[in-house]
Design a protein around this ligand. Sequence first.
Ligand SMILES: Nc1ncnc2c1ncn2[C@@H]1O[C@H](COP(=O)(O)OP(=O)(O)OP(=O)(O)O)[C@@H](O)[C@H]1O
Ligand SMILES: [Mg+2]
Length: 380
Amino acid sequence: MLKADRPTESDYEASKDQILVQLARLCLSGREQDVATYLQRVARRMRATNPEVAAALTTVLREAPTRMSPLKSVSAAPMPVDGDSRLPLLRIDASGVGRDEPILDDHTRGSLMQIIDERCHLDRLMEAGLNPSRAALLIGPPGVGKTMAAQWLADKLDLPLAVLDLSSVMSSLLGKTGINLRHAFDYAKQSECVLLLDELDAIGKRRADDSDVGELKRLVTVLLQQIDDWPIGAGLILGATNHPELLDSALWRRFDLAVDFALPDATRRRIALQRFSGGQLGAEVIDILVTTMAGASFNDIERHVMTIRRNAVVHGVDPDVVAVNSIRQLHDGTLVDRLAIADKLDHHGGFSQRAISGLTGISRDTLRKHRARAAKPKGA
Ligand SMILES: Nc1ncnc2c1ncn2[C@@H]1O[C@H](COP(=O)(O)OP(=O)(O)OP(=O)(O)O)[C@@H](O)[C@H]1O
Ligand SMILES: [Mg+2]
């Protein structure tokens, strides 16, 4: 668990009044779960300065007759299942543990770091009467790292990642979908986790959409209530979507933060190619792929590079040669792009003019003229 700096006894004395005020605020809001979560944090902070009170508080919390006790761990509560199919409504995704950080632009990374920083300084925020972001919406085209970012965030926050399985939640039994969603949220609330609502547009389509039947509309209504009831500062809700325009505006408003994920620019394509190639591709070839893979997602780049590496091993060929051969598929680039690739192949060495012409789809005559133009001294 990320921890803010431990308070000293005098810090605690100074903040006692603030704790009382915050507690009163939470009690009067009538949200039992938020009170319990806050008391749990106070108990944790007091362990160093006032261990007896901290232990007494922990006992009270543990024995409190509420099914929402935030002290339960993921493994303590049974995983909820659909009453009909018996399929689990959530799955715990541990694939982010110890994995590389996603490659992100500065703005996207800044937003994710903001979420982490808020959680680091939760006590400070709450004592200032502020709540941390409760829910963030990850928006972007396929394969740019939304799910990966959710896995990474959960790992950084040292929380389990629970992914809502939409196909199980949409019960075959009419009227049961809302109940499934409630059960899934109850479980997630109890177990302090990052809850990922993947492909949110599939659930969250506008309620007014004519094609939506009652079941889907009820589902959105339940979803709104559940997000509203999510305990402040406990876990974190993440929604992910490729189609933010399909989301109900009421659902949009529930997310404190919208984080945009973009297709990689040339700089990030290069970083991705270097990472995925594991040092197997030369700098010139990476240069070529940076150009030819413009418009590709990180996932496309990863798949392309892994195919190159597999082919190279299977056929016992240099990965650079396989990579260059793969650009044959990219003949439909503009002439300027293809000439740039031809230049890089020239520079790389080891490719005859006939091969470069074949690879780029540029006639040898055009290549010759291009080279003659490039060789001419400027102003001559
Ligand atoms: N930003 C990134 N940095 C590094 N690798 C990435 C990045 N984005 C995607 N990948 C690679 O592609 C795989 C698939 O990406 P991911 O599932 O996160 O995409 P997504 O944005 O959630 O797509 P979708 O909208 O289809 O769900 C990742 O597991 C990772 O290997
Ligand atoms: Mg995804």
